[in-house]
Design a binder for this molecule. Structure first.
Ligand code: PA5
Length: 448
């Protein structure tokens, strides 16, 4: 199970500082499980792993097998919570460069992500990469109205229809959306497309263990039952309110205590490139859940040791308003030992025969010591390995920690009202019907 190591944070936050939050955590725990918290309509994630395993995932696995048979490449169209979890899990569970590996090694189709930006060059490049491939599309949008995926889907669908004709295109499009609402639901029904439902009571950033994440992951060859099993184990292990026994609550309490002592940023650090997209998922989870009412820790991330040659300088000696949370894998899973090479003066003879993962871990310990000594408290979250099961545990760990952390902060961790402001302006500038007066006001401001 995921463990929390506070050794390199002890100088910055004492045990009594986070322990005094126990009554508040206990109260939040009770109310969370009773459905008595702000945003209580979105607590479906709390028992999602056990309920999904109980109900079974056969329809999803059948569709995933069909995609594997139909496609050389799967395009996952979605933004925010509708793609970050799948991308995180793909990169965590599958080998680096998986799209470049032979199909027999990879298992599933190549996987590409679209609809998470409005970039014409990126979308045009994707179409070039897809040329000549058998393509399936999984379009994912809970609301069914989000501009970025809707734009990309329109382009990709037209392209697919051109390639294979409308009838075959219909067989190759999989829609993951709300049970009844939204334009995508209406479209899927009108066209008779295969659909999967995002439960009403699960918000986007908590949806990785619904078909949002599970369908593309299963199609790509990730063992989704193991992912769910890991999350279910965490659901069970983290069902206690006791800080001593619940590392997710301890993590929430410690970061709350650090925030109260003036820390404004939390930097998630990791030492395996396979965790890059996991950090993006984590940033969205905490950023959208906590950053409201002019409150919250700003979630950032660094990829080490790469960023030790970049942001590492700032973290060591810059403004002292941050702390780090370092994710480590007990078993990174590969072995690359440094060869002994005679006659080469690269100064590495003393490391000959050493494993690169051991060297990486010495860099991690050295950095934690240096950063803690430099005034950057370091929390460490230990995960067993890169298995789907371990990732399932970690997804649930952070979802729970984030909910409790947001509630400790006094915000609703399940809404995101702030994302509407840019949308209103964008719709006005784009000339969407109904936004005429907003458009006139914005144009006048811009011309001032
Ligand atoms: O966490 C969230 O709710 C958001 O990030 C959404 O996932 C994101 O805005 C995409 O929304 P939708 O799935 O409705 O297209």
């Amino acid at each position: 199970m995921v463990e929390l190591d506070l050794r390199f944070a002890e100088g910055a936050v004492s045990e009594s500082e986070w322990r005094q939050l126990q009554p508040f955590v206990s109260d939040i725990h009770r109310r969370l499980h009773a459905g008595d918290v702000p945003g209580a309509d979105f607590l479906g994630w709390l028992h999602l792993p056990s309920e999904t395993l109980r109900d079974g995932i056969e329809p999803l696995l059948t569709a995933a097998t069909a995609i594997q048979e139909q496609a050389d490449a799967l395009v996952v169209v979605g933004i925010g919570g509708s793609y970050l979890g799948a991308r995180a899990a793909l990169e965590w569970c599958l080998p680096e460069y998986f799209n470049q590996l032979p199909r027999a090694v990879r298992g599933g189709p190549e996987v590409y992500f679209a609809g998470n930006h409005l970039s014409a060059p990126a979308l045009a490049d994707l179409l070039r990469v897809l040329a000549g491939k058998r393509v399936c599309i999984n379009v994912i949008s809970k609301s069914g109205t989000t501009t970025e995926p809707a734009v990309a889907f329109r382009v990709l669908r037209a392209w697919l229809e051109e390639q294979v004709g409308p009838e075959e295109a219909r067989r190759r499009i999989y829609v993951t959306t709300d049970r009844v609402r939204g334009a995508l639901r209406r479209f899927a029904e009108a066209e008779g497309l295969k659909t999967f439902v995002i439960p009403d009571d699960v918000g986007g950033r908590y949806s990785v263990l619904t078909p949002v994440g599970l369908l593309p992951l299963a199609a790509a060859g990730v063992p989704v039952a193991e992912l769910l099993e890991g999350a279910r184990a965490a659901e069970e292990a983290l069902a206690t309110d006791r800080l001593d026994d619940n590392p997710a609550y301890r993590y929430a309490a410690v970061r709350n205590a650090l925030h109260r002592k003036g820390k404004a940023l939390e930097v998630l650090a990791f030492y395996e490139p396979a965790l890059r997209s996991f950090a993006e998922w984590w940033k969205q989870l905490f950023g959208e859940s906590e950053g409201k009412d002019h409150k919250g820790l700003f979630p950032a991330s660094v990829a080490y040791t790469t960023d030790l040659h970049s942001l590492g300088q700032f973290i060591q000696e810059g403004a002292r308003n941050l702390f780090e949370t370092v994710i480590t894998l007990d078993h990174p899973g590969e072995s690359v030992s440094l060869p002994a090479v005679a006659g080469v003066e690269d100064g590495l003879a003393y490391l000959a025969g050493r494993d690169l993962s051991w060297i990486n871990d010495q860099a991690r310990i050295a950095t934690q010591l240096a950063h803690a000594d430099g005034g950057v408290p370091n929390l460490r979250i230990r995960v067993a390995d890169r298995s789907a099961r371990s990732l399932g545990e970690l997804f649930y760990f952070f979802e729970l920690a984030c909910a409790v952390s947001g509630l400790l902060l006094g915000v609703n961790p399940f809404d995101q009202p702030g994302v509407e402001a840019y949308k209103t302006n964008m719709f006005a500038l784009l000339g969407k019907p109904g936004y005429e007066s907003a458009q006139a006001a914005l144009r006048a401001r811009l011309e001032e």
